[in-house]
Design a protein around this ligand. Structure first.
Ligand SMILES: [Zn+2]
Length: 67
């Protein structure tokens, strides 16, 4: 008797892939497939690369006339 278990994607109840909203699988949770995990990782890295550099400029001319 051969029971094939393990390698096929095991769907996780109640957890949805944040990328495509399909059911997440145990192997790639919280995603459904490696593809979705890769997509999300790529997106994440992209955002990480985009370093905000223009937001720190306007502090040199701080004119405070409050006192
Ligand atoms: Zn997905």
């Amino acid at each position: 008797m051969t029971e094939t278990k393990g390698k096929s994607a095991v769907p996780l109840l109640g957890q949805k892939c944040p990328n495509c909203r399909k059911r997440a699988t145990l192997e790639f949770r919280p995603f459904c497939t490696k593809r979705c995990a890769d997509v999300d990782l790529g997106r994440w890295l992209n955002e990480d690369y985009r370093i905000p550099g223009d937001e720190n400029i306007s502090n040199e001319d701080g004119v405070y006339d409050e006192e």
